[in-house]
Design a protein around this ligand. Structure first.
Ligand SMILES: [Zn+2]
Length: 87
């Protein structure tokens, strides 16, 4: 019980700097599963969601492809894989 409390306190301390919140509606079953997965990883559900979503967001918003996909011109640079203009 006391161990649980310490964990929760640590989480709220690290989350103090994160002030934006989102509400995600999921089914009861999903919530139970997400909770179980977070517990298995020993992290909070927030951390589980953050760490899962962050790389997806990076991939959508920014080019993460290696240089072999680059089309380099003196005036600009493109990624052939995702058609992103890199400069
Ligand atoms: Zn790319």
């Amino acid at each position: 019980m006391s161990k649980q409390l310490t964990k929760e306190q640590t989480v709220s301390e690290t989350e103090e700097s994160k002030t934006a919140q989102i509400l995600v509606r999921i089914s009861e079953e999903e919530r139970e599963e997400w909770k179980k997965a977070a517990e298995k990883e020993g992290i909070s559900m927030s951390d589980l969601i953050r760490s899962s979503v962050a790389p997806v967001v990076q991939e959508i918003l920014y080019c993460i492809h290696p240089e072999e996909f680059r089309l380099v011109y003196p005036w600009s640079e493109f990624c052939k894989k995702c058609d992103t203009r890199l400069r």
